[in-house]
Design a protein around this ligand. Structure first.
Ligand code: PLP
Length: 486
């Protein structure tokens, strides 16, 4: 009798193992995992709760820490509370979830085509944020920002945009909550990327080229440099100026990256990815890769994995930036302004100096002088391995991705793709099976001019010189220096 039970149990175990192996095999063959709506995370993850050292506070022009009241002219108090929160989890309001459900949860794909093209033993996955209404990860924060402003009684939002992704995302979000939206678009992009402008207009946003004559900051720049191509730093100055000078107080400013609450809203990307990887049967991740401009899509994908890393997991986390705008790889960690005209507080971040004038390149969303204070702090803590990639390698990578996987990625995203290819080739040379996850932050269907210029041989590589960083940092006030933590 005992023997019979033993054999029965043994057979049962063997059947279970067989079934589990079949499931794992099936999972290994899956091309994508799409979660159900009810599986979407209902709270955002706040990295500030878990970092070993706190992020230094923002400072005013006098070098003294600023509190919530001093930010109230620019942002509504509910978002300021999130900005300063150290709660680990913050609930996503139902009204926000209801809009995010239209395209979320976003799919996690296995890049079989790219793996085959590279003959790599690495397993490559990408989280596709190009499926949103505006075509990138930006609506993940545009929607909650519009919502919190609406409930605070605000009627209009102002903002800046580089290549137009953030401006179109905010126009979309404002249209959902009945808010007005005014966008200052960096002039070089305004002239070269007409379709994003039309998209903003379609959603009801008003888009003007920056520098403009509509603000003092814009007029001052135009007086000194009539042909200025603009920069994100200048456009931010204009958008903040318009918001703070509305006497009714019903206009506020919204930022598409850099700030803590923006990083927070984007963490839905990484939280979903973790659930999807489990369905793919992956138990261990080796590398997380995403492009970094102000840091938001990188933070969104990586922060939930950073929590694992801080708890002991062996994961390499790689933000990727252009060699022409290398804030993490060549910048200095100090207090710097978020804009050119000094309308913002001083933020603790890796920066090239706020006077940075970007070199012409197609990844307009990566041409910002500073990096999110939370991402910067993670680098200071030794948790990140940043990399920089030149533009030609990025377009070459994007073309290989399009020909192997089918999707045409945004020029910003191509930086992540280029780094993935470097890592997958290394895995091939070392004969190592590793799991690489990357953030596909947006599609490039409105950025085809960049591809056209690449095919026509009109693009060049550019390395931002170290001396320029030194000179810009030397011009910052004495209080900008921050002591090392280690
Ligand atoms: C598609 C895409 N990816 C990445 C970025 C970079 O921004 P962030 O570093 O905030 O993700 C942008 C910015 O406009 C973008 O449009």
């Amino acid at each position: 009798m005992v023997y019979m039970c033993f054999y029965k149990q043994k057979r049962k175990n063997a059947e279970t193992n067989e079934r589990e192996n079949a499931q794992v095999k099936e999972a290994k063959m899956m091309t994508k995992v799409q979660l159900q709506e009810h599986e979407m995370p209902t709270a955002w993850y706040n990295l500030a709760a878990d970092l070993p050292h706190p992020v230094p506070p923002p400072l005013g022009g006098d070098g003294k820490p600023i509190g919530p009241d001093q930010l109230a002219a620019v942002f509504p108090m509910n978002l300021i509370e999130q900005e300063m929160s150290s709660e680990r989890w913050i609930d996503i309001p139902q009204e926000v979830l209801a809009i995010l459900y239209r395209w979320r949860p976003s799919p996690l794909h296995r890049a079989y085509g790219l793996e085959k093209a590279l003959k790599t033993p690495a397993r490559i996955y990408y989280k596709n944020e190009g499926v949103s209404a505006a075509g990138s990860h930006k609506p993940n924060t545009a929607v909650p920002q519009a919502y919190y402003n609406k409930v605070a009684g605000i009627e209009k939002l102002t903002t800046e945009t580089g290549a137009g992704q953030w401006g179109s995302a905010l126009s979309f979000a404002c249209s959902q909550f009945g808010l007005g939206c005014k966008i200052y678009m960096v002039k070089s992009s305004y002239d070269h990327k007409p379709y994003r402008k039309h998209l903003m207009q379609t959603w009801g946003g008003v888009c003007v080229a920056s520098p403009s004559t509509q603000t003092k900051a814009g007029r001052d720049i135009l007086a000194a440099h009539p042909d200025s191509p603009g920069s994100l730093g200048i456009a931010i100055s204009e958008a903040v100026e318009e918001a703070v000078s509305d006497p009714s107080g019903k206009t506020k400013y919204a930022l598409g990256s850099v700030l803590n609450h923006v990083m927070l809203h984007q963490t839905i990307i990484g939280l979903e990815t973790k659930k999807q990887l489990a369905i793919f049967g992956e138990k261990k991740v080796d590398q997380i890769i995403a492009c970094a401009g102000g840091g938001s899509n990188f933070a969104g994908l990586s922060f939930p994995f950073l929590a694992d890393k801080m708890a002991g997991a062996d994961i390499e986390i790689i933000p990727v930036e252009p060699t022409s705008c290398p804030s993490l790889t060549k910048g200095k960690y100090c207090y710097d302004l978020g804009d050119v005209a000094g309308m913002t507080p001083y933020l603790p971040m890796y920066t090239l100096g706020h006077s940075f004038m970007p070199h012409a390149m197609h990844a307009g969303g990566l041409r910002y002088h500073g990096m999110s204070p939370l991402v910067s702090q993670a680098l200071r803590e030794g948790l990140l391995n940043p990399s920089s990639v030149p533009q030609l390698e990025c377009f070459k990578a994007a073309v290989l991705f399009a020909r192997s996987e089918g999707l045409v990625v945004a020029p910003e995203t191509s930086h992540a793709v280029a780094q993935v290819i470097r890592e997958a080739e290394k895995a091939r040379e070392e004969g190592k099976e590793k799991v690489i996850i990357f953030g596909l932050s947006g599609h490039g269907m409105l950025d085809l001019q960049g591809y056209a210029d690449y095919f026509a041989g009109l693009l060049q590589d550019y390395e931002y010189p170290e001396e320029e960083v030194k000179a810009a940092i030397a011009a910052l006030p004495g209080f900008s220096t921050i002591a090392a933590i280690h």
